[in-house]
Design a protein around this ligand. Structure first.
Ligand code: SF4
Length: 424
């Protein structure tokens, strides 16, 4: 597709039935988002107010390098805090002030709530207010929850961005705002592409510096780059912005449709759109081709984890020829995936939430060729003979846009390539 037309639907009815399940779930909490958020916002520090478990999670997920000065840490709540015997607020203020004295490069401090801070009802919004009265304008203190009681995995990013929305300055200028944390290399590619199409000004949220806040207003057109930032998008709508509905920029089709949604708003001529995108589409198609033979016709089962499952299943089905058996998502935000739903194959089961045992029974009964799941399930499933792919790789690797389409396909092709090599 090289023009501005809509994608041909695979399943004309977007109202496909959803299997809703509630029960034990196997998914990371929202603290995990700190790993990619701290890499993106280079003047931000993320202070988890939590337990040793939270500290272990975040350190092992981030693979801390001892030579680097990390921009995240955990203020550990001790038994005395949990029992209400110590004033956790006083201690938190002291830790924050000491931290910021040691790190003059920090301009934004995120206090991140956890299960323990939630259970003892430590009011981090009040703590942020208190600290701001001492630390502004040098440092802005914000707060959000990454607790496993309230959030799963990628919802941590949504909460962090939503906390920043009230701070965004106002503008009435026409502009594009791309929302969702993108690797710098991807942001640069999209920026060049928008420039070539004559679309602009373009801002990215979050920016590379948390203190660099993009302006928003009634002439701001919001283009979501990640499907899991629904609360942030709704907060931006409340600031007067308009959201462009499009599939997400995964694979050739998704990227083209995503760019076309912006191009229509800037009246980009179809000829110009084709001239800019065709060379990139051709390169991306070549990148996909060599992985297609490992993926075409293979049956796919996606367990609910990152909320990327629906757009990725669409890409794997339509461009790589895979046959999704079940597409699980932790939470189905219809507003955020309105343009994706009609592109899913009618034969796939779409499930929301999780009842782990029942879902694992369905994995065994359907015997898929590839299971996409969280880290905790991958090894047991491999031991049962299933090929698996860790969904966490999908949020740590640049996968958006034309240039990354081949890498995205490779992530899913690798397990079957490896198995094929082992069989030789
Ligand atoms: S926030 Fe909750 S779920 Fe997440 S690591 Fe801490 S205790 Fe565990």
């Amino acid at each position: 597709m090289t023009d501005l037309s809509a994608l041909p639907p695979a399943n004309a009815c977007a109202d496909i039935p959803v299997l809703r399940e509630r029960g034990q779930r196997e998914v990371f909490c929202g603290l995990t988002g700190i790993v990619w958020l701290h890499r993106k916002m280079q003047d931000a520090f993320f202070l988890v107010v939590g337990s040793r478990t939270c500290a272990h999670l975040i350190q092992s997920a981030a693979g801390v390098m001892i030579f680097a000065e990390p921009r995240f840490g955990t203020a550990i709540l001790t038994d005395r805090d949990l029992a209400g015997m110590a004033d956790a607020n006083e201690e938190l203020d002291r830790i924050c002030v000491t931290l910021l004295e040691r790190r003059p490069d920090i301009r934004a401090l995120f206090l991140v709530g956890s299960c323990p801070s939630e259970v003892i009802k430590l009011d981090l919004a009040k703590a942020a207010e208190r600290l701001n009265s001492r630390l502004l304008p040098r440092v802005r203190v914000l707060n959000y929850s990454g607790s496993g009681i309230e959030t799963t995995f990628t919802q941590g990013e949504d909460n962090a961005l939503k906390a920043m929305v009230p701070l965004l300055p106002a503008t009435d200028d026409k502009q594009l705002l791309v929302v969702g944390c993108l690797a710098d290399v991807v942001e640069d590619q999209f920026q060049r592409c928008f420039e070539a199409l004559g679309i602009g000004p373009v801002h990215f949220f979050p920016a590379r510096r948390a203190s660099d806040l993009p302006p928003v207003g009634r002439n701001t057109l919001v283009l979501p780059a990640q499907p899991f930032n629904g609360e942030t998008i709704r907060a931006l709508v409340a600031r007067g912005t308009t959201v462009l509905s499009a599939p997400y920029p995964f694979g050739v089709e998704g990227t083209t449709a995503w760019l076309a949604a912006a191009a229509r708003e800037w009246d980009v001529a179809p000829g110009r759109f084709a001239a800019v995108t065709t060379p990139m589409i051709e390169r991306a198609r070549k990148g996909l081709e060599r992985h297609r033979r490992h993926l075409a016709g293979k049956r796919l089962f996606m367990l609910p984890d990152s909320q990327l499952e629906i757009p990725l299943a669409r890409f794997l089905h339509r461009e790589m020829g895979m046959d999704p058996v079940e597409i699980g998502t932790p939470y189905l935000d219809r507003q955020m995936i309105a343009a994706e739903l009609p592109l899913l194959p009618a034969t796939a089961t779409l499930s929301e939430g999780q009842h782990l045992e029942r879902q694992l029974d369905r994995v065994r009964a359907t015997a898929p060729d590839l299971v996409v799941c969280g880290l905790g399930l991958a090894n047991p499933l491999e031991a049962e003979g299933f090929a698996t792919k860790w969904s966490i790789e999908l949020v740590f690797t640049p996968i958006h846009g034309y240039e990354q389409a081949g890498d995205l396909a490779e992530i899913f092709a690798r397990p079957s390539e490896r198995r094929a090599r082992l069989r030789v």
